[in-house]
Structure formats: structure tokens, C-alpha cells
Design a protein around this ligand. Structure first.
Ligand SMILES: C[S@@+](CC[C@H](N)C(=O)[O-])C[C@H]1O[C@@H](n2cnc3c(N)ncnc32)[C@H](O)[C@@H]1O
Length: 309
């Protein structure tokens, strides 16, 4: 297939996805034989794919122009690659999954975006020169990089991946991270990246034992609170990082709130939060009091993090 021959492979194909790889292969066939509309009808809700192009709206906080070169690390199905490619010179989308890169290549082609390059590569072994990028994106990646044989300790792997990003950035370049808050209230009802409930709240050693007991797999998908991320970034050499809260979540940045702007957070919770789940009711109630909003901020779902080299 033409799209496969033009994807450079620098790492062993390792699949990650909401549906099995064989199902994504089927989806690729449907795109080829029946077109994108047929694909969307069948798969849109089942994949981390979207036709919405506002998923990278955080980009307005980064000085980008038509000459900027961007690395979308762990690019997946291109939620971020596509909207970024509209406004920069070039986006290199890298991921360990060949099937996902084949999808992204097709998607970029269908939109006439010739400035997207797809490569199969592991962030721990990047086939790029140092100081090549104006922006590196880790949207939904940092929490997964601990799932590697290269490091025993998932946190060590996370720091190493950030150090690599720092080397790849041009001087003055930006690292963007979209990621969950370890203590997000929503983890009280949902599941953690581990596939289990409550593991992000547990001390790491306990989460690890629990995970080994329940699913025979070590706990390696660490998330943190704001202080944890700051420490991680500092260890990787990013002295200053700018944190924003994203509503409703980092994968859907409708409102991006500077971490210290309690009034904007209060307004967002009071006037924009829909739905009637127990968690939302708690949040809306908290929104009446500035003190409670200040407290609730610690349990907010996710962060947009900007760090400059
Ligand atoms: C949660 S998805 C995020 C996809 C995309 N960034 C987005 O926001 O839609 C994580 C992606 O990271 C990729 N990935 C995981 N570990 C990786 C690694 N070490 N190097 C490169 N990509 C990796 C997975 O294959 C997957 O596509």
C-alpha cells in the first residue's frame, strides 16, 4: 500500500489503542473502499479520533508561525497533528504504532496537508537531530511512557523522556503537555490509566501491589498533581513551567484557565458546567465559594502545561 511504503520505521511496531489492532486495520480498509463518511459512521465514537479541529486550541499560547517545526510525540490518530499542521510549517507525527501512523497519514492526505510527516519511532530513541523543533507536543503521552522495558522505575522513564524532549527543542522552544491530575475528582467514579479504579490516589507501592494482584501487571502509568509535575519538569531541566486548567478536559480545551485565576475558574464552573452527576453537583456547589473553588482546583480534571527551553 502506498501509504505504508512512505512511513519511516525507526522502532518496532507496538500497538496502543481503544480497539484491537485488527479492528483498526478493518477501519483502514473501510476508508479505502467506502470512504471517510462510512468510517466516521462506524468508528468515530470508538476511537480517539475526531473531526473537530479545535483540540489544539492551546496553541494560541505558543508563538507559532508558518515556519515553525513541530514534533507531535505519541501522535496517535492525529487529534493534535491535524489542527497544528494548518498553522505551522511542518509537523512530524511520531508514534510507536505503525497502524496508527498509517491512519494518520491517510487522514492528513485526505485533508490535503502535505506538511505532515509520519514516522514510527519511540520517544526514547528519537531519529531526530538535537535542537530541531520549535514545539514538542506530548498530549496524552507522558502518562504512558513508563510502560517500557528501558527503565525499571516509571518515574525515571518519564524524566528521561522529558530530558530527550529538551534536547530536541531549539533554544527558546516550547514543550506542551496535556495530561490528567492524579487527584482528579473524576477518578472517584472512572478508571485510572491502569485500567483499575483508585490507583492514581494510592501511594505508588500500594498501586503497584494492587495492580500486580489484580491484572498481573506493574503500575506504570503515573500521573501527578501540579507540584509533582513541576518537580518532574525541573528534574528534566525545565526550570519554569506554566500551568493551566482545561475545561472540560485537555483533550477538549474549550476553556483554558491560568492556574492562578480563581475567578475565571469560578465563572467556568458556575456558568459552563453542565450535567448532573454527583461529582458535577459537588463542583457546582463548591463554585459558590471562592475558598472552595481554591480547594477544588486541587481536584480539577486535567492540565495544559507549557514549558520553555
Ligand atoms: C493516549 S494516546 C494519545 C494520542 C494523541 N497524542 C492524542 O492526543 O490524540 C498515546 C499515544 O502514544 C503512543 N506511545 C506510547 N508510548 C510511546 C513511546 N514511547 N513513543 C512514542 N509513542 C508512544 C501510543 O501508541 C498512542 O498512540
Amino acid at each position: 500500500m502506498a501509504d505504508e511504503t512512505t512511513i519511516k520505521e525507526f522502532a518496532k511496531n507496538r500497538y496502543w489503542g481503544k480497539i484491537p489492532e485488527a479492528e483498526l486495520e478493518k477501519a483502514l480498509k473501510i476508508i479505502d473502499t467506502e470512504g471517510w463518511d462510512a468510517f466516521a459512521r462506524k468508528y468515530e465514537d470508538r476511537l480517539d479520533f475526531t473531526t473537530e479541529e479545535n483540540r489544539a486550541d492551546w496553541r494560541f499560547f505558543v508563538p507559532l508561525n508558518s515556519k515553525s517545526v513541530v514534533l507531535d510525540a505519541g501522535a496517535g490518530l492525529g487529534r493534535i497533528t491535524i489542527p497544528l499542521a494548518r498553522v505551522v510549517g511542518k509537523v512530524i507525527a511520531c508514534d510507536t504504532s505503525l497502524t496508527r501512523m498509517r491512519f494518520l497519514k491517510k487522514l492528513a492526505g485526505s485533508k490535503g496537508l502535505s506538511n505532515v510527516e509520519t514516522v514510527v519511532a519511540d520517544i526514547f530513541n528519537p531519529p531526530f537531530k538535537d535542537e530541531s523543533f520549535d514545539l514538542i507536543v506530548m498530549n496524552g503521552l507522558l502518562e504512558w511512557v513508563g510502560r517500557t522495558d528501558l527503565y525499571k522505575d516509571p518515574r525515571e522513564a518519564q524524566v528521561a523522556s522529558l530530558k530527550i524532549c529538551k534536547k530536541l527543542l531549539k533554544k527558546g522552544g516550547f514543550l506542551y503537555i496535556g495530561i490528567e491530575n492524579r487527584f482528579a475528582l473524576s477518578y472517584l467514579r472512572g478508571i485510572d490509566h491502569s485500567g483499575l479504579r483508585f490507583t492514581s490516589y494510592m501511594p505508588r507501592w500500594l498501586a503497584n501491589r494492587y495492580s500486580l494482584f489484580k491484572i498481573k501487571h506493574r503500575y506504570d502509568t503515573y500521573t501527578y498533581n501540579i507540584w509533582g509535575y513541576k518537580k518532574l519538569l525541573k528534574e528534566a531541566g525545565f526550570e519554569n513551567s506554566d500551568f493551566r486548567l482545561v475545561y472540560p478536559g485537555y483533550n477538549q480545551p474549550r476553556v483554558i484557565i491560568p492556574y492562578d485565576n480563581i475567578r475565571l475558574l469560578k465563572y467556568t464552573l458556575e456558568s459552563m458546567m453542565h450535567g448532573n452527576t454527583r461529582i458535577r453537583k459537588v463542583a457546582k456547589l463548591a463554585a459558590r465559594s471562592t475558598f472552595l473553588v481554591w480547594l477544588y482546583r486541587n481536584f480539577f480534571f486535567s492540565f495544559s502545561i507549557f514549558a520553555q527551553k
